[in-house]
Design a protein around this ligand. Structure first.
Ligand code: ATP
Length: 266
């Protein structure tokens, strides 16, 4: 078992322009980007930059995308992992993976470690239990506390359920910044649709504002899916451009997919 070799590290090219809307969130994250780019400026001033940031809110709203944009904007290494990857049957394996991940991130610094579904390892611990999960969480806490001020590693955790997390994770010096990423409103849906169609040839019949109105309750993941399905319909119809009809069909297909999955729109 050599988890060190498979920790997914990349240098994303994502920028804040790829993330539609969420202006206030981006503003808050800009501070972190600036720190990763010029840490000395902050150190000279004696300022402490957060080690951990938590994104919380419903799925498909751009949490992973934002974390990757923080890495892209700051030219940092991006370690993208999921909490459940650390949940193992044998005691000590998850903890070892956490240790290896942080070692690698320090080596490749500046780094962003993004832990999606952090509740899989960070859920509230039970008194007197010392199971595999607790050891993994303890190791995460140890790594976060052990950062020296020069490590230039920032951890971004994401969860749909902030209330499930162990309080130890939320203490100052750990994940002490919490940023809510909510479902997109009409304006944001319109912006998301623009981002996902700006590389596509659109016919004049396409009215993205109307589409944004019709997609109340859709998250960014569904909207990007609609734009992609519309392009596929256009190709299939041998059309040079994507028309409003293609978008209508794409919308129908995505809604049908949702209904068959029995998903509830948020
Ligand atoms: P989960 O909780 O399911 O991991 P998430 O919040 O991390 O979801 P992402 O994986 O970042 O969501 O989003 C899925 C896709 O939806 C993105 O790759 C992107 O294509 C699109 N998307 C979501 N939000 C936005 C946004 N604000 N701007 C542009 N695209 C978006």
């Amino acid at each position: 078992d050599t988890p060190s070799d498979d920790s997914p590290c990349s240098k994303p090219k994502t920028t804040f322009d790829d993330v539609a809307g969420l202006e206030e969130v981006k503003e808050e994250l800009f501070e972190i980007v600036d720190f990763l780019k010029s840490p000395d400026k902050y150190k000279k001033m004696g300022a402490k930059i957060p080690k951990g940031v938590l994104f919380y809110g419903p799925p498909g709203t751009g949490k992973t995308l934002l974390a990757s944009a923080v890495a892209g904007e700051s030219n940092s290494s991006f370690f993208n992992v999921t909490g459940s990857e650390f949940v193992e049957k044998y005691v000590g394996v998850g903890a070892k993976r956490v240790r290896t991940l942080f070692e690698k991130a320090r080596k490749e610094a500046p780094s962003i470690i993004f832990i999606d579904e952090i509740d899989a390892i960070g859920a509230k611990r039970h008194l007197e239990s010392n199971n595999e999960k607790d050891q993994t969480l303890n190791q995460l806490l140890v790594e976060m506390d052990g950062f020296n001020k020069d490590s230039n590693v920032i951890i971004i955790g994401a969860t749909n359920r902030l209330d499930l997390l162990d309080e130890a994770l939320l203490r100052p010096g750990r994940f002490d910044r919490h940023i809510r990423i909510g479902s997109p409103n009409y304006h944001t849906r319109y912006e998301i649709l623009k981002v996902h169609t700006n590389n596509k040839p659109l016919d004049k019949s396409v009215d993205l504002q109307l589409l944004a109105k019709k997609t109340h309750g859709f998250n960014g993941a569904y909207l990007s899916n609609i734009a992609n399905e519309a392009a596929i319909f256009a190709v299939r119809n041998n059309s040079n451009v994507i028309t409003s009809e293609h978008f209508d069909k794409a919308l129908e297909r995505v809604i049908a997919g949702l209904e068959s999955k029995n998903s509830v729109l948020i």
